[in-house]
Write a protein that binds this ligand. Sequence first.
Ligand code: ATP
Length: 331
Amino acid sequence: MTQIKRLAVLTSGGDAPGMNAAIRAVLLTSASYNIQVLGFEHGFNGLFEQDFQTLHPKHVENIIQRGGTILKSARCPALQQPGGPAQAAACLHQLQIDALVIIGGDGSFRGALALAEHYKGQIIGVPGTIDNDVDGSDFTIGFATALDTALDAIDKIRDTADAFERIFLVELMGRHSGYLSLAAGIAAGAEQIICPEFGPLTPADLSSVIKPIQHAQLLRGKSSYLIIVAENSYPGGTSALADDLTKAIGVECRAVILGHIQRGGSPVGADRILATKLGAFAVEQLVQGAHLMMAGEVNAQAVLYPLSQTGDRKKAIDPYLVRWQQQVCSD
Ligand code: ATP
């Protein structure tokens, strides 16, 4: 057991529904160990600007159901500057913070490792990102909600696409990972899914997208056709892809960019439960001496996973579903 008197928590990177539920679990679990909790605002920026508040149980009342994060989130370029990690660590030392809980994605965990080179206390990560691209946890906090939000929108687009027998391209978030796009594409019954995991797509190989469309038109005649596209999958973006397809096949293809709507909203039950479990587990494991680990969930069990390995590989998308999608749906 480590003697932790004061702990800090921050949310970093893209916000994800369920971050508030994780903050709540961190605070309530810490309170049960008589550990004081400081909440830093705006991700790692709070360390540079000494922007923090002491959290009490009243601060986390009625936040389990709220999207966003009461601590705000942000990117923090200062941490990536020379001298940045040392400056951030100095803030933690000055405030006599024994341990830091970082709720964020794999980028935030790279920041954690940089900070750890200078910070003498313990650091633990909690995976919070809609991208579900963190190794060491089957799911990240926010993914389940973002998937449902995306599906709600895609289903509505399908209705109008069906009425007008149109081709729609729907762009989903995931700067470096197509996990959300693949999951949403499969759950929405999309005819095609385009994501980085399937290899780069350029104007030179548009035929790989066109052929299945023409094949479907031959088989079904004019009908609705949905293509889910992970962001950054095509030069110029999904609107450029829709324009190029329109020109190539002579049928109007419309692009819809779902954007930040995917990050908002009340977390679904699965995210609230995951966030509560991982936030609580993170604090319990800090008390047990954990350091430079991430609190994750694998096969429904809370586990520790080295922070240094959380971004090593892209989480593998279920190859069974990928094969099925490519064989069956594009026909
Ligand atoms: P998401 O993917 O959901 O947006 P993320 O945590 O991966 O979440 P990033 O923007 O990649 O988001 O990283 C968040 C912050 O982590 C960065 O703004 C930066 O402050 C810090 N960070 C990322 N990589 C490094 C690094 N190599 N060194 C120091 N800090 C880093």
